[in-house]
Design a protein around this ligand. Structure first.
Ligand SMILES: [Zn+2]
Length: 101
């Protein structure tokens, strides 16, 4: 650790272990200061916790994350459709009940 890193490390805020989800470092954990990136009293303390992500793992993890995101989006759409169908069925049932009663 160089002198500057020591200095910024002792800014007073605690560092927490976080997980990076960029395409370049998917799932790679790092220590980041609670003041990292803040406009006022910002701190630059940042330190990788995990070793570099293997090139093949990067491709696989990024691909899987994209598939999960696409499936979650699809599932959300399906849930909305099911709710819409339930509302329509109850509404039609209510109208038919009024007509034939
Ligand atoms: Zn700090």
């Amino acid at each position: 650790m160089d002198a500057e890193m020591d200095r910024v490390y002792y800014c007073g805020a605690s560092s927490t272990l976080k997980t990076c989800w960029t395409d370049e470092n998917p799932g790679k954990r790092f220590w980041g200061c609670g003041n990292y990136g803040k406009e006022i009293r910002g701190c630059k303390f940042f330190c990788w916790y995990d070793p570099p992500v293997n090139a093949r793992s990067k491709v696989v993890i990024v691909g899987l994350r994209r598939r999960v995101a696409a499936m979650e989006k699809e599932r959300k759409k399906e849930k909305s459709l099911v709710i819409l169908i339930i509302v329509v069925v109850f509404f039609v049932g209510f109208i038919l009940g009024k007509i034939f009663s």
